[in-house]
Design a protein around this ligand. Structure first.
Ligand SMILES: NC(=O)c1ccc[n+]([C@@H]2O[C@H](COP(=O)([O-])OP(=O)(O)OC[C@H]3O[C@@H](n4cnc5c(N)ncnc54)[C@H](OP(=O)(O)O)[C@@H]3O)[C@@H](O)[C@H]2O)c1
Length: 512
């Protein structure tokens, strides 16, 4: 595919409408894994791309005692290992002078007075106006203490001349009640307009492109409904096992960890009605409508519409993997699912009768995420006249990772004298057309928060609506009282029960 000669700006471009003001980013959990692997590298890449404001500061907060210098060295390692663009020593030298650290316990009220003093000192030295973004890269058990501490220290309110914003990392709860509690705690201190609940999938290039594909092309929208679409498959497949995250995963499982946030957000983008503008709340209203229309899966329906499984001994990346229940830190009698498949329905006019098959799992053969929209079969005449040899259906696939891009499967005639047809892919890859690798999701999302644009963040009502739907499934599973979950060999595409669920509908999972 050829690239456009002149890119067209989407109107409004958030950072053009709201120029990014000088700000201070405070990372609670600044010494943690997420900060080192994702957040600091993201800020560094924004700097390399010339997107950071000229004046900025980053303050990391954690329990470990560290000097600013030690913090800079710690995060430098993270940048060297994980940055999208290689570390450039000269740029790093400037960048690191904007990084600071403060030790503190989230639960200790003194932390917040000390943080305020540190922020004011840094801001004065660097001539920053006091715009502050607080990133909660910490366990949710600390959210309440942090919000209350920030409020007491006078750090939570925006004034006329400077703002205060908070970024809440997942997991926002583990069921509806706990999500409501977190939202109540943050909502008591911050206005909804100050809260940015992050789902990093929403910052991925192909995910952002979903709305553009649907609403910037005239060919898709007329056929984007139950009359033309047979079903949708949304897959987020992980090739890794539980690794070192057993204690978190045991409490979460695939439904909470992936479906409640990433897959439901993708479903919303596929299924939403066209919003009348790109205003963040208008877009989020449109997504919210989809969640409202999701058919609840309650009681015994979980047996029909969901499949869960656990990986058994096998291989991942060519390496032997023990079964999930034999992983370090996992209860040998665990019933935590490492795989889940759900058949969901959006009960409105557009999607009447169209199944949305969602699946996600660990130790699957490949790390890959995609949305595949499969169109209906053509009539059984002409090229589809022989029921023994049906033509494959058209499929529009949006690849989220790897090889971000989009492809459309169509049927073509095979050149030659014999009358033969063959499915072919019309393929577009970002890297081929636009050259440079796409920014990481956290880069886009941090920039959004600096610009005050919440379109790609989860609103309170959406978080609670998706937890409501997921909690009903969890309740149904609890009623099943299963002692063991169906197993699948590590390195395969999931339990046989998931194959059966889709085969019973006369369909098949896609092989990625
Ligand atoms: N890592 C990921 O890829 C990822 C992805 C999505 C979401 N998340 C979520 O993001 C959060 C952070 O994850 P992580 O992987 O970075 O965890 P982590 O490596 O365990 O780091 C946790 C950070 O929080 C600090 N911390 C924990 N309890 C604290 C307390 N009571 N007072 C002060 N500081 C405290 C730790 O400080 P010390 O180290 O100094 O003790 C550390 O800096 C978690 O909620 C996780 O679920 C992580």
């Amino acid at each position: 595919m050829s690239s456009p000669t002149t890119p067209v700006d989407i109107n409004p471009v958030p950072e053009a409408v709201t120029p990014i003001e000088a700000c201070t980013l405070v990372i609670f959990g600044g010494s943690g894994d997420l900060a080192r692997r994702r957040l600091i590298p993201a800020v560094y890449n924004l700097l390399l791309d010339g997107l950071l404001p000229a004046k900025y500061a980053v303050i990391g907060l954690g329990r470990k005692a560290m000097t600013d210098e030690e913090f800079r060295n710690l995060v430098k390692e993270g940048v060297i290992k994980h940055s999208r663009q290689a570390l450039v020593e000269e740029t790093w030298a400037t960048f690191q002078s904007h990084l600071f650290y403060i030790q503190g316990e989230n639960e200790d009220p003194h932390t917040y007075a000390a943080l305020r003093a540190k922020a004011e000192q840094v801001e004065q030295a660097m001539q920053l106006p006091g715009n502050r973004i607080f990133y909660l890269s910490i366990p949710p058990s600390s959210f309440a203490s942090v919000c209350e501490g920030l409020a007491t220290a006078g750090l939570a309110t925006s004034s006329g001349s400077s703002y205060s914003r908070i970024i809440v990392e997942k997991p926002v709860g583990r069921d509806l009640a706990s999500a409501q509690q977190i939202n109540a705690v943050t909502g008591k201190v911050f206005e909804e307009s100050q809260i940015f609940r992050i789902d990093h999938y929403l910052g991925k290039e192909t995910v952002q492109n979903l709305m553009v594909v649907r609403f910037a092309n005239s060919i898709f929208e007329p056929i984007w409904n139950h009359k033309y679409i047979d079903h949708v498959q949304i897959t987020v497949s992980e090739s890794e096992g539980v690794g070192t995250r057993a204690s978190y995963y045991e409490e979460a499982g695939a439904l909470r960890d992936m479906i409640q946030n990433h897959l439901l957000q993708l479903l919303c983008l596929v299924a939403m009605e066209p919003p009348y503008s790109l205003d963040p709340n208008v877009v989020r209203d449109a997504k919210m409508e989809v969640l409202r229309c999701l058919r609840p899966i309650v009681g015994k329906d979980v047996e029909r519409y969901t499949v869960r499984g656990q990986y058994a001994e096998g291989t991942a990346h060519g390496q032997p993997v023990p079964g999930y229940r034999r992983e370090k830190g996992v209860n040998p009698n665990s019933t935590t699912e490492t795989y889940v498949a759900v058949k969901a329905f959006v009960e409105n006019w557009r999607w009447s009768g169209v199944p949305f098959y969602l699946r996600t799992g660990k130790t699957l053969p490949k790390r890959a995420s995609e949305v595949a929209v499969q169109f209906k079969d053509i009539p059984q005449i002409l090229f589809n006249a022989d029921p023994a040899r049906p033509q494959p259906a058209n499929v529009l696939t949006l690849r989220i990772q790897p090889d971000e891009g989009l492809s459309l499967r169509i049927i073509s005639r095979v050149p030659g004298t014999r009358a033969q047809t063959h499915p072919v892919e019309m393929d577009f890859q970002y890297s081929d057309v636009f050259g440079c690798p796409s920014p990481e999701a956290y880069e886009r999302l941090l920039l959004d928060v600096m610009a005050g644009d919440a379109s790609r963040f989860m609103r309170r009502d959406a978080v609670e609506a998706s937890w409501d739907w997921v909690t009903k499934i969890l309740d149904g599973w609890a009623q099943q009282k299963l002692r063991w979950l169906p197993e699948y060999q590590a390195g395969t595409w999931g339990p046989v029960e998931a194959e059966r669920m889709i085969q019973n509908d006369g369909r098949a999972w896609r092989i990625l």
